[in-house]
Design a protein. Sequence first.
Length: 483
Amino acid sequence: MKKSIFITLIVLMMSGIIACHDSVTNLTPESVLTEANFFQSSEDMEQAVIGVYANYQVRYSRFWTIFEMPTESIHMSAYTSPADNSINQIAFNPQTDIYRNFWQASYQGIFRANSVLHHIDTPDDLVPARRTQLEAETRFMRALIYFDLVRAFGGVPDVTSLLTIEEARDKPRASKERIYEIIIDDLEFALSNLPQKGQIETGRATIGAAAALLGKVHIYLEDYGAALTYLNQVEQMDYTLLNDFSHIYSLDHEDHDEGIFVMKYLQNDAGHPLSSDFIPYFGMEGVSDTGNEGADLGWGLHKMFDDEDSRKDATITEYWRAPGSSDEPEYRPFISKFAVPHQGRVFHGSGLDLPVLRFADVILLKSEALYFQGDQSGALDYLNMIRERAYGNSDHNYELSDIASESDYIDVLLLERKLEFALENERWFDLVRTGRFIDELSQIERTPTLTVDLNVQPHHALFPIPQHEINQTEGVLEQNPGY
């Protein structure tokens, strides 16, 4: 039986320490007595650290609603909520609950992490080596959460300790630079103190995860020399590209060597709905009798796949018929990348593990770093590693003439990332960080016969600060420009 880190959210909530905190203005436990009774033993600390992971685990499968809906990859279906549609139209609104929910859940995760760090020295039976590892895991997770926040909103409150309600209400947004300082400091500590892959349960942070995330952070900061340092470290570790792209999201091939940091799930216990989210409402043969059909496949993604590209069949199913039907399948393309047998339309219905960081990302990030360090040949080699896995041979490899200019290189890089990481919450950030989001998203092909024009503006590079949070702080939190 594979090792895992599951403690269900019900158990965590029953423990009393994981109370709901409705905003950054309420970051202290609901009960001082609860806090006093917890964090007393090494077992308490172990469960508290699992609580930090659980915060990310339970919401990661829903990231597509905020990070994929603004892209050309998917669009509103007949079953999409109106809030999702405003994001799909890039009509971002500070009142939209999706932003509020994401903000609050992120800061709940940060609160959990800060609680662990505040009490890490309380238990008498926590041996020093284990104490240091738990701190490293917690700081890795805090860095990951802040990385999501800073990319989404820009500067956010830099909460690194437990605050009183009054202190929290008076906490303004820190600069983007300050948030990145926190992220890098946490990840450097994690890098120095986390175990190697294979020396810790799968699903927990490792030195490889810390190095990979540090490399990615430095790419976003356009510090390509530093990025190469960390990405080279990951490349020397025990990770590899799987030969078969379809095995990345497969119940039969979990705990594979492409996964660097992975959210673990158990069907109907600590599961997720992503396996249902993109399949038709009336199900998919061999997968489920029902689906959520939360969004439809966009032609802007679909048309970019070559038939010879193995990623196409692993990402998209083009023909459909209802489970149990003997009718001829009809042409009805949909995203099936995460479609494995599961219980449909149930939030915890799928047990498919979901990579947060995988080795293919390291390869493409390294290509990017090499290119901007002046090594075009090396950048091409790393692009073609992904290309060759996709096509099974080198016949479709890029040549130096394909990346003759910086613009040409970015075109190719964004295409490969678009196809490789379809619906993996990378596309929006890739377009924003390369300055391409206005050009790419102002006119979108929803279907082969429907093209829509969107009013994409420069300020859309950042999401709006949730209005609820601004109100709670009586204006101490300032809104992003343009909203």
